[in-house]
Ligand binder design. Sequence first.
Ligand SMILES: [Zn+2]
Ligand SMILES: [Zn+2]
Length: 238
Amino acid sequence: MSWVSDTQASLQGLLNVTADSLAEYCGLTGNQQENSVFLERQLGLLQRNPSQSVINSFYLASVSEFCAKYLPTLVDAYNAQDAAFSVPMRMLNVVAYLPYFTRFLLTTAKTSIYPTSLVEMCQFLSTLLALEGPNPISEEDKQALLPKLREWDRKYQRQQITRCLKQLEGDPETTLIADGLKQHCERSLNQCGFDGCGKSGTSKLLQCSRCKTAVYCDRDHQKKSWPFHKATCFPAAF
Ligand SMILES: [Zn+2]
Ligand SMILES: [Zn+2]
């Protein structure tokens, strides 16, 4: 097949919105990779119709059929991904107001949709707690969050949730690990970046004026580090 007819074929496919094509671009069927660009185009086509009422019913019909056939597969695909924001997540947001989704939550999968979001959320909170300490969280929020975290910890048994819970509880061992993470993350901001030098805090350090994320004890160490540092050195907007 020539490139032109190949392109025409995929363009035709793109214009033909069906429940199956939505599933295909969500990566739910066949060997096709998910394709967020094509999915957005198709959702756009569904929503952008000259006759509003006709298009609305066409839109509702397409996404309803999609839900009827693929909702459990979509939720599985969503749960299989580590990223909080993914193509299946995008599609779940599209269908979340349909009665199919409400019924799905009420019947088949009361809890199966939560783990990924919870794990992501707990991991992010855990990192924030390590970098900033528990002080930014009010006592009231903490007391509200702790019972929930304990419940999720029992239910899902994921290390990110356990770690987050123990940090908030002030568990000494977890606090030590969190301090280690903080030191690791801050190292390049307060320790000479020349491999093996290790001069830090107390001496006056020169900051890389470009990225502001590396410091050096003197010009010599800055110069010698440049061949390695340049790969990650970009002008910082802040
Ligand atoms: Zn140095
Ligand atoms: Zn730099």
